[in-house]
Design a binder for this molecule. Structure first.
Ligand SMILES: Cc1cc2cn([C@H]3C[C@H](O)[C@@H](CO)O3)c(=O)nc2[nH]1
Length: 224
């Protein structure tokens, strides 16, 4: 196993719409001993001391979206700060997709009150200013909203069955703004785009492309 001579691992964020295949992508890298995998803590959001915040949020967003996004941000920050012994760290989603995609959408839709947005945004600015979060590469699983809509139906995660196509289209354009048009300066890492419309049989080739990029860049970082 490569021993990292740096104080921190080469950190990769895996970003993309609901149903774009992030967890599948992250689990593809289980085969590498030099990579720590941090998948999205959905189970924590579905059971916080017995409360299913994800379900509460989908069932009554006006009442629960703020509470849910506050807890998501804390669990994401914990993942960013979690030490790993390996030279590479792969993380599903981030404090950045929390702010630029999900919270941004809730603000635009008025799902959260402007005062609630102000509190979430102050937390985000505080974290961005005071807590070092390093990102070296973002893998963007870029998918067409209608494709992920079908996948969500097939995946049948109960809380998500009410997710309309319009929500997925809005989240898609917010991901495009952030990762293609690069409208936010707080997270300047390079973006590696993967065609996430490909189905499982074809996408392994795409994974191989990113494997090379991730491991090669990781070697560079380790050997610096
Ligand atoms: C960072 C972040 C992830 C995340 C996921 N979700 C939802 C979308 C999916 O239905 C589920 C798992 O990603 O959680 C959300 O509403 N807000 C979020 N913010």
């Amino acid at each position: 196993a490569m021993t990292s001579i740096n104080s921190r691992p080469f950190t990769v964020l895996v970003e993309g719409n609901i149903g774009s295949g992030k967890t599948t992508f992250v689990e593809h890298f289980k085969q590498f001993e030099d990579i720590s995998l941090l998948t999205e803590p959905v189970e924590e959001w579905r059971n916080l001391r017995g409360w299913n915040l994800l379900d509460l949020m989908y069932k009554d967003p006006a009442k629960w979206a703020m509470t849910f996004q506050s807890y998501v941000a804390m669990t994401m920050l914990e993942m960013h700060r979690r030490p790993t012994s390996t030279p590479v760290k792969l993380m599903e989603r981030s404090i950045y997709s929390a702010r630029y995609c999900f919270v941004e959408h809730m603000r635009k839709e008025g799902t959260i009150h402007p005062a609630q947005f102000a509190v979430l945004d102050e937390w985000f600015r505080f974290i961005d200013r005071e807590i070092p979060i390093e990102v070296d590469l973002i893998v963007y699983l870029r998918a067409t909203p209608s494709v992920v809509y079908e996948r969500i139906r097939k995946r049948a995660r109960s809380e998500e069955q009410c997710v309309p196509l319009s929500y997925l289209e809005a989240l898609h354009s917010l991901h495009e703004d952030w990762l293609v048009n690069r409208t936010h300066a707080e997270c300047p890492a390079p973006v590696l785009m993967i065609d996430a419309d490909l189905d499982l049989s074809q996408i392994t080739e795409e994974y191989k492309k990113s494997e090379h990029q991730i491991l090669r860049q990781a070697v560079n970082v380790v050997m610096q």
